[in-house]
Ligand binder design. Structure first.
Ligand code: UT7
Length: 338
């Protein structure tokens, strides 16, 4: 495979805008103590999560539109300027039309085409790579990548193994071209391995098990996770791919300002940072506030850290994720927003 330096490119895709939306309703660990046999101490020590949000006003598109509006407002930009909208999600409003179409219409992005992308917790990285390629080809100038998931609609609130891990949120980034190849997207390593499908899935609702009274009775419309198995694969997957992209691009740990990890479990994040040889403080973390928001975790981290003034132009970032599929990957980019 060619290194990023060997690949000829006229443009890099760079992130030129950020946006986010968080539902108002907070479910803290004490709420789960009141409905399940669990406790705050177990949840915090095993996962790092203290709170997560629950959307009560609308579907996934509602959150996606709010995040996009936040981005457009902060850039003082019209929705009509957007060329492409990609929505990474496993909780689309419906199978079809795509949530991206609902967002396009309600946002007033009348010059945009778009589509949904389903790759679970790696969805945002897959969408970013897709969007960056559309920019780097020279074909498009403004690509909006939204990560939005309303996980509260697909978790079983009687299952203590899963329900307290997930939360609802949306976040968006805008990609635009830059001719300054020192900034923006430098490299990506992405993978999937469908043999992992047995460990994290939702069985019902699709063409395999179309919805019937039976599928509802058998609780097939909520997610299942074999946590222990996924945990081991996630640590290995996220750490190995992050080390691989560092090696491929001659990056030492000191060259990296932040690891931007998918927020599934604080222990997975810490282990990944450790194996990469970077201090824990260099791993972006907001899992304590929002839990695992699936496709929204990575843009939410970037948006919050940028708005808090912790992310500076020129910072080298390694984004990394692992999730259902299995899917996993890493992206190396240099932050370009002042
Ligand atoms: O984002 C997509 C990818 N997903 C991930 O990366 C998630 C990966 N997996 C994990 O994060 C962890 O496996 C979990 C947080 C899901 C579970 O943590 P764990 O340390 O792997 O716990 P476990 O499933 O091995 O369970 C340990 C014990 C069990 O009791 P026994 O058998 O030791 O008596 C569970 O029954 O903890 C028990 N347990 C709980 N106790 C209190 C499981 N869930 C709970 C709970 N409260 N909520």
């Amino acid at each position: 495979m060619a290194t990023s330096k060997e690949m000829k490119r006229f443009y890099n895709a760079q992130i030129t805008g950020v946006g986010m939306y968080l539902p108002e309703k907070v479910l803290d660990n004490h709420y789960f103590e009141s409905i399940l046999d669990t406790n705050d101490e177990w949840i915090v020590t095993r996962t790092g999560i203290k709170e997560r949000r629950k959307e009560e006003k609308g579907p996934t598109s509602y959150m996606a539109i709010k995040a996009a509006e936040d981005l457009l407002k902060s850039k003082n930009m019209s929705a009509e300027e957007i060329d492409v909208i990609i929505v990474a999600t496993v909780t689309p409003d419906m199978f079809f039309p795509a949530t991206a179409c609902i967002v396009q219409n309600k946002l007033g992005a009348k010059n945009a085409w778009g589509f949904d992308l389903s790759a679970a917790c790696s969805g945002y990285l897959f969408a970013l790579k897709t969007g960056a390629s559309l920019i780097e080809s020279g074909a498009y100038k403004k690509v909006l990548i939204i990560g939005a998931d309303k996980m509260s609609t697909i978790v079983d609130y009687t299952d203590r193994n899963t329900c307290l891990l997930f939360g609802d949120a949306a976040s968006a980034l805008l990609l635009e071209p830059t001719e300054d190849l020192n900034y923006g997207f430098k490299d990506a390593l992405l993978h999937c391995d469908g043999s992992g499908a047995d460990y994290l899935y939702m069985l019902g609702g699709g063409s395999l098990n179309p919805p019937t009274h039976e599928t509802v009775d058998q609780n097939m419309h909520t997610l299942f996770q074999d946590g222990k198995t996924v945990f081991k694969e996630a640590v290995k997957g996220m750490a190995d791919i992050s080390v691989d992209i560092m090696k491929k691009n001659d990056l030492k740990s000191d060259d990296i300002a932040y690891l931007v990890p998918h927020q599934a479990n604080l222990r997975i994040i810490d282990a990944t940072a450790n194996i990469m040889g970077i201090p824990k403080e260099k791993a972006m973390v907001n899992i304590h506030k929002y839990g695992n928001t699936t496709a929204a975790t990575i843009p939410l981290c970037l948006t919050e850290y940028y708005r808090d003034g912790k992310l500076k132009k020129g910072d080298n970032l390694i984004l990394a994720a692992f999730g259902a599929g299995y899917t996993w990957g890493s992206i190396y980019l240099t932050w370009s927003l002042d």
